[in-house]
Design a protein. Structure first.
Lengths: 265, 310
């Protein structure tokens, strides 16, 4: 039996960002989505459970507020994880965490984890798709005082040993280690499944437990940081060709590229 | 505030990439203390520091993390700065959690603003920038990108101490496999054709290669083509987590235009997109967009170019 806690980020949906005319991202009005590689972490947890049995829970801290605008979207995302096969979902929602930094997020996750007891593996994506600090895995390991292995593209279990293949810029590093461990995974580790209709219906009866700041024990001397995000402007010609006359389109495109001085024939 | 600053890198070859930021934040009066491994040219890198703690061996991240914490506490330091690598970022995160500190990963720039520093970093897959204000009184950890900040030469005569007491690691090294490389340098090419998941099979990539051959370009790809499918070597993958390119002409074929990909091509002179979905994001970033099936349009385009050459 392997018990697994998946740490999943409720990220901004990068395709639906609300951008103000001054380039600032209006996070309050931007819809949410589960972070890309956390889906792979979830999938890996489900595969391990299929082989070895055990329990899979999912924890998330809503870091984009305000809660009154975002709660429904956040709950929908947690329900999706339940539909995929997670046994219990745990969600921290409190305006205290609006636009917070990895320091506060990791304290909240660790505080929920302490209530739930020990797990063998703590799985998450290599980094979140919106903020991409990649601090959470090592921070959680540090608070729990256990080792961490990041950027894992393959987990191989052989007899009593577990091997982790780390995808590093110059090659693959192989690590052998025993649980408990915090492991972050890359997109190449697996192809996440989609839930069936039956699973989606069943997920309504599974536990989704919510916490606010007062349910957690969070102590920090560090102040909360002020931060904001802006999007780099895009200035392009946006000339679009449509239709079935591919030869003509090709000819026109070639002429334009020659005129731009970027193509020589 | 006079402050001691620890500059850390598990690899001493890149330690000076973090020097400029460290030196600026030390307000020129704090001591610069390095913790790193040794290397045949290490003496030269170390001349920028007041004190150097060095190990003769390569260590695992958890071993580095406990050594770093020891030095950080002993030296009563306010800042820890490292060149940004996967392991350095993890090691600083581990320390930051132990010490209850904030950390800024991959800080692109910093500015003073009264009692605060404002750091910037890339977010939204490189399409956005976030600005983070931190009080000068906070202890913080920072990683900074390689080759971004100016080089400086301080020419000090450091006190070098070898660390001989190395804590045990709880994880074991079990091997390393070098990655295969294409040998093609897509960063220097004038014309790059980017292939994405719109291609159904590895063999079909020849459609892009034929176009590339006809216009003297090279083929690059989106992340899944290299990382998930292994159809092309990793050094051809374009985007925030790999190669940033600025060719004269970039042609995205069967690529949806995810921010992590687009941030790697933003500075191309002209961008062309070929995609059968007219709502694909890539069209927002394109000068010329062709809404068509690549399996029909690519051969047509290549044929036309070959005809014109005759
Ligand atoms: C932290 C992080 C880092 C990342 N780093 C990178 C990175 O550096 N580089 C990168 O590329 N990605 C990166 N990604 C992944 C990125 O989010 C996308 O998943 C990826 O870029 C999508 O690749 P794609 O466009 O090839 O595939 P898809 O998004 O699947 O797009 C395929 C496109 O092909 C089109 N298509 C399908 N069939 C045809 C046809 N017959 N003719 C024409 N068009 C067709 C479709 O309409 C679609 O638009 C990263 C993600 C994260 C979370």
């Amino acid at each position: 039996m392997v018990n697994i806690a998946v740490l999943a980020k409720i990220s901004l949906n990068l395709n639906l960002l609300k951008i103000e005319s001054n380039g600032k991202i209006n996070t309050a009005e931007s819809p949410l989505a589960i972070s890309e590689y956390d889906k792979n972490a979830l999938e890996e947890a489900l595969r391990i459970r299929e082989k070895f049995g055990g329990k899979v829970i999912c924890i998330s801290v809503l870091t984009w507020g305000p809660v009154n605008k975002k709660l429904q979207d956040a709950e929908r995302i947690m329900r999706e994880t339940l539909a995929l096969g997670v046994d219990e979902a745990h969600l921290v929602v409190d305006d205290y965490f609006d636009s917070c930094s990895p320091l506060e997020t990791s304290l909240a996750i660790a505080s929920v984890l302490r209530k739930l007891g020990n797990f063998d593996l703590y799985l998450c994506g290599e980094s979140s798709m919106d903020v991409s600090s990649a601090q959470i895995p090592a921070r959680i390991a540090s608070i729990l005082d256990i080792p961490f292995i990041t950027y894992v593209a393959k987990i191989r279990i052989e007899e009593n040993k577990i091997f982790f293949h780390r995808e590093l810029p110059n090659g693959v590093q192989i690590i052998e280690a025993q649980p408990p461990l915090v492991v972050s995974v890359t997109g190449e580790i697996n192809q996440p499944r989609l839930p069936t209709l039956k699973q989606i219906l069943q997920s309504k009866n599974k536990p989704l437990i919510k916490y606010t700041l007062k349910d957690l024990q969070i102590e920090t001397k560090a102040g909360k940081l002020n931060q904001w995000m802006e999007v780099r402007p895009v200035i392009r010609k946006n000339i679009i060709y449509e239709g079935s006359k591919l030869e003509e389109i090709a000819q026109d495109l070639i002429n334009n590229l020659i005129q731009e001085g970027v193509l020589k024939i | 505030m006079t402050s001691n600053i620890i500059v850390f890198s598990e690899d001493s070859k890149i330690i000076n990439d973090a020097l400029h930021v460290a030196y600026s934040l030390s307000e020129k009066t704090g001591n610069l203390i390095a913790l790193t491994n040794s290397d045949e040219n290490a003496e030269e890198y170390f001349r920028n520091f007041d004190e150097v703690y060095v190990t003769k061996k390569d260590l695992m991240p958890d071993q580095w993390a406990s050594l770093l914490r020891k030095v950080f506490l002993e030296k009563n330091a306010n800042y820890v700065i490292a060149p940004h690598t996967v392991n350095n970022n993890d090691i600083l995160s581990f320390l930051s959690a132990k010490e209850g500190m904030h950390m800024v990963s991959n800080a692109l720039s910093f500015q003073e603003k009264g009692d605060y520093y404002v750091f910037s970093r890339q977010v939204i897959g490189g399409r956005g920038i976030s600005y983070i204000e931190i009080s000068k009184n906070e202890k913080i950890a920072l990683t900074v990108p390689l080759k971004v900040y100016p080089k400086i030469n301080l020419n000090k005569s450091p006190l070098v101490k070898e660390i001989t007491e190395i804590p045990n690691s709880k994880i074991n090294f079990a091997g390393f496999e070098e990655r295969k490389r294409s040998g093609v340098n897509i960063e220097n090419a004038d014309i790059v054709i980017g292939v994405g998941r719109g291609f159904k099979n590895k063999e079909d990539l020849k459609l892009a290669q034929e176009l590339a051959d006809a216009i003297n370009g090279v083929v690059g790809c989106s992340r899944p083509i290299a990382a998930d499918y292994g159809w092309l070597p990793n050094d051809l993958w374009i985007g925030i987590s790999s190669k940033i390119i600025k060719p004269k002409l970039y042609i995205a074929v069967g690529i949806s235009g995810a921010p992590q990909h687009v941030s790697g091509i933003m500075d191309s002179k002209v961008i062309v997109a070929i995609n059968k979905d007219k709502n694909a994001s890539i069209f927002k970033y394109a000068d010329y967009g062709v809404v068509a099936d690549l399996y029909q349009f690519l051969p047509t385009l290549t044929k036309k170019i070959k005809e014109m050459k005759k």
